[in-house]
Ligand binder design. Structure first.
Ligand code: HEM
Length: 583
């Protein structure tokens, strides 16, 4: 507390705040220059105190008296507020305990219990062990609640989304890797609302239909590449996803191999993965962000500065600047970036300019890994479940025939193929443990207390592998579960794309691209297990690795055209779409 060191009024020192406010409230004007320069203490002279400038019976007297009263009683008022807050919180909480979970240690909480991989499996086990669909852990004072049932996720993340839509601060990603422009990570507030609205204008179900020609062109490009070098499956899928989203976001045509724009995106995704995995320590100990890189634990800062931030910055700026240059030269193709830039004018605010840069960048980093993850799981399922492949091909042959490739308009007539996509999204969900939502107010669920600030995570894998939701044998790839009477009561789309107000806004586009790719690949190619040197089939294991989205570990397989006609159909696609754009 700062003390008044001037003349003692009534023989006792006063706190500075008290004195200053009281002086003003009594109508005393302090003279300029009466500040104690060195100590920055307001230091009124005796003259100031003796010569009030305002008359003491001025019209401001009543409010001043109230202010005076307030200041004199502020300790009491503060205490009352604290009591009121405690009572309100107590009322909300009642006698509700925190949800069950493993026993925690002082300070570190459950740090040592946390699994280092496949967290969703451990969380699912805890749910059974504690006989509760919501499980609680605490790490260094941060409460984390995992929702292991569709009911809990639906009731809290969807039903009470007004208070369950914030994101935790992720300094490892946002500050260190410089990802504050990614609206998937930012806090729930005005900026998020504006960005989400902006995103929605391009990606709502109707608007997203405009992208189908670009998606079909990308998929046909994938088919031609699979014909040429099927062993590069993963590379081709990644390149296809990059090609589609770069065309949509920036109107950029990518080169078949080694395109610099795709490389920029790949490196930025690498940076995000590094930030979310290796940067976790900064989420646990945010103070490390402010420590020098040589401080124990802060070493990643140096790498982030020299390696990751440049990639992320290039991904944000380079394609955007390309579009601006093309617009100035009149050569820009229609794209999300071009459309947003054309709406800017001399009066546009900094925020509006930043938005036009952030939205396309967010979409092209959000789309790539997710689209590929689904396709990669689909190929793995086709190797492991040949009878599913045959059934889907029979459906395509009967509806589409053999003299053309499927397009998105065929979807209503191909329910088995659509069910197959649903199953690919379910079997190994792209994001098995949803991105954490942050609770902004105390809440109670089924008698469990959830304090404000809790990180709430939907265990998507557990929910999509619960027999009550998806029918028997959830570990098997059975598209029939999504056909009428097939046993699934929960639609994949309700869970696999996340929850509530934060649900994936790119889901219509992502789903369409994956559907077109699955139907087209099945129409033109057979996928089968590779064989070893003795001619025996190599049956791949279902091993997944973490990234932004989980991916199957690469496995060998054979992808070859179903017939000579199929091969010719694929080759002929090169002429179909010389210029695919949307407007
Ligand atoms: C099959 C493909 C996809 C899957 C499975 C998927 C899944 C998800 C999931 C699980 C979330 C987290 C939702 C939550 O917090 O509850 C999410 C968020 C997001 N996704 Fe996707 N996604 C896919 C494709 C896409 C595409 C193509 C784009 C862009 C065009 C995209 C852009 C985003 C964005 C911007 C967010 C953050 C939303 C926010 O925080 O408000 N996603 N996605």
């Amino acid at each position: 507390m700062l003390l008044y060191r001037g003349p003692r009024e009534h023989g006792r020192p006063r706190s500075l705040a008290n004195l200053t406010c009281r002086t003003i409230s009594q109508g005393i004007a302090l003279r300029p220059g009466s500040l104690g320069e060195a100590s920055k203490i307001y230091w009124p002279s005796q003259d100031d105190l003796n010569n009030p400038v305002l008359p003491s019976m001025s019209p401001v007297r009543l409010p001043n008296m109230l202010l005076d009263l307030f200041l004199n009683f502020r300790v009491v008022i503060l205490s009352l507020c604290l009591v009121a807050w405690y009572v309100a919180r107590r009322n909300k909480r009642g006698d509700c305990p925190l949800p069950p979970g493993p026993k925690s240690f002082p300070i570190i909480g459950n740090l040592l219990d946390m699994p280092t991989r496949d967290e969703w499996v451990t969380f699912g086990k805890w749910s059974k062990e504690f006989a509760s669909d919501v499980v609680h852990v605490r790490i260094f004072g941060t409460h984390i609640v995992i929702l292991n049932s569709a009911k809990a996720a639906n009731e809290l993340l969807d039903g009470r989304s007004a208070i369950y839509s914030d994101r935790p601060a992720m300094p490892g990603l946002t500050t260190l890797i410089n990802m504050e422009w990614n609206f998937g990570l930012i806090e729930y507030g005005t900026r998020w609302r504006n960005w989400r609205k902006s995103f929605h204008t391009f990606f709502n179900p109707q608007a997203a239909e405009k992208f189908h020609p670009i998606e079909i062109e990308g998929v046909h490009w994938l088919l031609r590449n699979l014909l040429a070098t099927p062993e590069d499956l993963v590379h081709h899928m990644r390149h296809m996803a990059g090609k589609v989203i770069l065309a949509i976001a920036y109107g950029i045509d990518v080169a078949p191999r080694g395109d610099p724009n795709v490389e920029v995106a790949e490196k930025a995704v690498g940076a995000i993965i590094a930030g979310s995995l290796r940067g976790r320590i900064f989420d646990l100990f945010p103070f490390l962000v402010h420590m020098p890189w040589w401080f124990p634990g802060a070493g990643f800062k140096k790498e982030a500065q020299s390696k990751w931030i440049p990639h992320v910055n290039t991904a944000l700026h380079a394609p955007y600047e390309t579009v601006r240059r093309q617009m100035a030269a009149g050569t820009a193709k229609p794209s999300v970036a071009a459309s947003m830039i054309s709406e800017l004018n001399a009066k546009s605010s900094e925020e509006e300019r930043f938005t036009s840069m952030a939205i396309p960048a967010t979409m092209y980093l959000g789309a790539q890994d997710t689209t590929v993850s689904v396709l990669h799981s689909f190929v793995l399922a086709m190797v492991l479940y040949p009878e599913v492949q045959r059934k889907a091909q029979a459906e395509i042959d009967s509806v589409v025939g053999k003299d053309r490739l499927p397009d998105f308009g065929d979807q209503p007539l191909l329910p088995y193929v659509t069910a197959l996509l649903e199953e690919a999204l379910r079997w190994h969900p792209v994001v098995p443990l949803a991105i954490p939502h942050r609770l902004t107010q105390d809440d109670v669920y089924e008698g469990w207390f959830l304090p404000a600030g809790t990180l709430v995570i939907g265990n998507t894998q557990e929910i999509l592998h619960d027999e009550a939701n998806v029918g028997q044998h959830p570990e098997r790839f059975i598209p029939e579960r999504y056909l009428p009477g097939g046993g699934a009561t929960l639609r994949t789309a309700d869970v696999a794309f996340g929850y509530g107000r934060r649900i994936c806004p790119g889901r219509f586009m992502g789903r369409a691209t994956d559907w077109i790719a699955i139907a087209s690949i099945l129409s033109a190619f057979d996928i089968s297990p590779a064989r070893d040197e003795h001619g025996r089939e190599i049956i791949p294991e279902e091993i997944y690795q973490s990234g932004l989205a989980v991916q199957p570990k690469e496995f060998p397989c054979v992808i070859k055209p179903r017939s000579k006609e199929a091969e010719e159909l694929v080759l002929a696609t090169a002429q179909d779409f010389a210029e695919s754009t949307f407007s």
